[in-house]
Design a protein around this ligand. Structure first.
Ligand code: HEC
Ligand code: HEC
Length: 319
C-alpha cells in the first residue's frame, strides 16, 4: 500500500510499490547523482553514463568508456521507470536499487572507489554533505542513507502519459498519428507484445523476463561473448538471454540492445523482421516476420509514440 503523499504516477503506469519518503531525500539523491566527487578521482558521476538529456543513457556511443579507456561490456540502460523493475541489469544480476549503486561506485572501470568506507569517509569530509544528510536523514553520511538518497531520486524518474497512453487508455485520438496506431496493431500481430508486455490497466512493455533474441549470437567471439542471464543463474539454457527492456521512451534511449549494437529503431525492427540471428538458443518467437516496408515504418512510429509527456521536466539539468 502506498502512503497518501505518494505522487500519482503518470497515466499508463501503476503506483510505485515503494513509496517516496520525501522530496528532500530525492533532492539530495539528485545532487549526488550529478556529483563527480562520488568517483575516486572526481572524474565521473552517475550522470556521465546516464545522461539526463540523452534519455538517462549515452546515445553517442555503443557502450560507455571505462576508466582504462576500453569500452564497458554493456550499454548504459535508461533510468526512466527504473523504480518499476523487479530486477536490475541486463542479466538481472542486481536485486534492487540500493544494492545496485555499489556496482558502479566500486567497479574499478566505473567510479573506482576502493571501498564503501573510503567513499563514505570522503563524503563526510565535505561540510555540504554532512549538513544535507543531517537535515534529511538526521545522520552523517552512512551507507544506508547514501543508498536511500540515490534510490529516492531514481524513483522520481517515472515517465509515461505518452501519446500512446492518451490514445489507448483515455481514447484521445488526436495525439497519435495514423501510422503510430497502425504500428500498434503490427506490434500486436508480430507478437512483440508477447515479451514487451502490457498489463491490465497499464503498460510496462516488458514481461520482466530474460530471452535470447539472437543479438549476442550475431557475432559470438569466444573471448568477448556475453553469457547474459547465464552469468547470474549458471543455467546453460540462459546463455545469451537478456532482460526484456521496457519500450517506454525508447525513441530517447538509443543505442539499443544490451551491447548498444543498433543506433536507430529502424535497424532494430529490420533485425526482428529478418528473424534475428542463427543463435541455436534463440527464442522461437524471433523468426522471419515478412513485414512490408510500410509496416516496418509504422512500427517505428508506434515506438516513437511511447515518449512520456514529462521527460523534459525529468531531464532538466539543474536540480
Ligand atoms: C561508467 C559508466 C557508468 C556509471 C558512472 C554509472 N553507471 Fe549505471 N550503468 C552503467 C551500465 C553499463 C549499466 C548496465 C550494466 C549491466 O547491464 O550489466 C548500468 C546500469 C545501471 C542501473 C540498472 C538499470 C536497469 O534497468 O537495470 C542503475 C539503476 C544504474 N546503472 C544507476 C547508476 C547510478 C545510481 C550510478 C552512480 C552511483 C551509476 N549508475 C553510474 C553505466 C554506468
Ligand atoms: C522473445 C521475446 C521478444 C520478442 C518476441 C520481441 N522482443 Fe524486443 N527485446 C527482447 C529482449 C530480451 C531485448 C533485449 C535484447 C538485448 O539486450 O540484447 C529486446 C530489445 C528490444 C528493443 C531495444 C530496447 C533497448 O532499450 O535497447 C526494441 C526497440 C525491441 N526489442 C522491439 C521489439 C519489437 C518491435 C518486437 C516485435 C517485432 C520485439 N521487440 C519482439 C525480447 C523480445
Amino acid at each position: 500500500m502506498h502512503a497518501p503523499d505518494t505522487p500519482q504516477p503518470p497515466m499508463g503506469l501503476p503506483p510505485l510499490a515503494d513509496r517516496l519518503s520525501s522530496g528532500a531525500a530525492a533532492g539530495l539523491g539528485r545532487k549526488l547523482f550529478f556529483d563527480r566527487r562520488l568517483s575516486v578521482d572526481s572524474s565521473v558521476s552517475c550522470a556521465t553514463c546516464h545522461v539526463p538529456i540523452q534519455g538517462f543513457t549515452q546515445y553517442n556511443i555503443t557502450t560507455p568508456i571505462g576508466r582504462s579507456g576500453q569500452p564497458l561490456q554493456r550499454n548504459a540502460p535508461t533510468l526512466y521507470n527504473v523504480g518499476y523493475r523487479p530486477h536490475l541489469l541486463a542479466d538481472g544480476g542486481a536485486a534492487n536499487l540500493a544494492e545496485q549503486i555499489w556496482g558502479p561506485l566500486l567497479n574499478p572501470q566505473e567510479m573506482g572507489n576502493h571501498s564503501q568506507d573510503d567513499l563514505i569517509g570522503r563524503l563526510n569530509q565535505l561540510t555540504e554533505y554532512q549538513l544535507a544528510f543531517t537535515q534529511v536523514f538526521g545522520t552523517e553520511v552512512t551507507q544506508a542513507a547514501l543508498e536511500q538518497a540515490l534510490r529516492e531520486f531514481e524513483l522520481t524518474l517515472a515517465s509515461a502519459d505518452s501519446p500512446f497512453d492518451r490514445w489507448y487508455f483515455e481514447g484521445d485520438d488526436t495525439q497519435m498519428s495514423a501510422a503510430a496506431k497502425r504500428g500498434f496493431f503490427t506490434f500486436m500481430a508480430a507478437d512483440c507484445e508477447k515479451c514487451h508486455q502490457m498489463q491490465p490497466g497499464f503498460a510496462h512493455f516488458t514481461d520482466e523476463g530474460f530471452h535470447n533474441t539472437g543479438v549476442e549470437g550475431r557475432s559470438i567471439s569466444p573471448a568477448g561473448a556475453d553469457a547474459g542471464r547465464a552469468t547470474a543463474t549458471g543455467i546453460l539454457t540462459d546463455t545469451r538471454a537478456f532482460r526484456t527492456p521496457t519500450l517506454r521512451n525508447i525513441a530517447l534511449t538509443a543505442p539499443y540492445m544490451h551491447n548498444g549494437t543498433f543506433e536507430n529503431l529502424l535497424p532494430v525492427v529490420e533485425y526482428y523482421n529478418q528473424g534475428g540471428s542463427k543463435d541455436p538458443l534463440q527464442h522461437e518467437l524471433i523468426r522471419p516476420l515478412d513485414l512490408t516496408a510500410d509496416e516496418r515504418s509504422d512500427l517505428v512510429s508506434f515506438l516513437t509514440s511511447l515518449t512520456g509527456s514529462n521527460v523534459a521536466q525529468l531531464s532538466r539539468i539543474k536540480p
